[in-house]
Design a protein around this ligand. Structure first.
Ligand code: 5GP
Ligand code: ZN
Length: 134
């Protein structure tokens, strides 16, 4: 637990939250500024700044993610669900306690749309693979 972390405070019950699901490892609660109806946050109770700080043996906290996302989809009668997870400020992370956004979606709701995609060049692909495997 980290003292000045909002999500740790939510885990401890120091800040109230509309909780959908909770067990010994995770808490799932409605986002205070929802992107869509039912937008929720799935978080580990243990504090990790980003996904990169989670040791391999602790990643088991994710085991309930599919079940919770499916239940949320059914509850909100959504047609789909985006699971969005941001690491570091450049990626849009604001709260530095690892979390997964569960965003119920409906056809043509226009909420999240990838920008126009480019074309993968062979040179770029080979460069990345080489560096990645190094
Ligand atoms: P990030 O941008 O770090 O991926 O997302 C942080 C999310 O936490 C935002 O969607 C924001 O609305 C949500 N949030 C921030 N503070 C609180 C809070 O006190 N309670 C709840 N329920 N959500 C919060
Ligand atoms: Zn925290």
């Amino acid at each position: 637990m980290t003292d000045n972390c909002i999500f740790c405070m939510i885990v401890k019950g120091e800040i109230p939250s509309y909780t959908l699901y909770e067990d010994e490892d995770v808490k799932v609660f409605l986002d205070i500024n929802p992107i869509s109806k039912g937008h929720s946050l799935f978080i580990p109770k243990k504090h990790y700044k980003t996904l990169f700080s989670v040791p391999e043996e602790d990643i088991v906290f994710l085991k309930k993610l599919p079940m919770v996302a499916k239940k949320l989809k059914e509850t909100t009668e959504a047609e789909g669900v985006n699971i969005v997870q941001s690491n570091e400020r450049a990626a849009g992370q604001v709260i530095f306690h690892v979390h997964f956004h569960l965003i119920p979606r409906w056809s043509n709701d226009g909420i999240i749309k990838f920008p126009e995609q480019g074309k993968l060049e062979q040179k770029t692909a080979e460069e990345i693979i080489k560096k990645f495997k190094n």
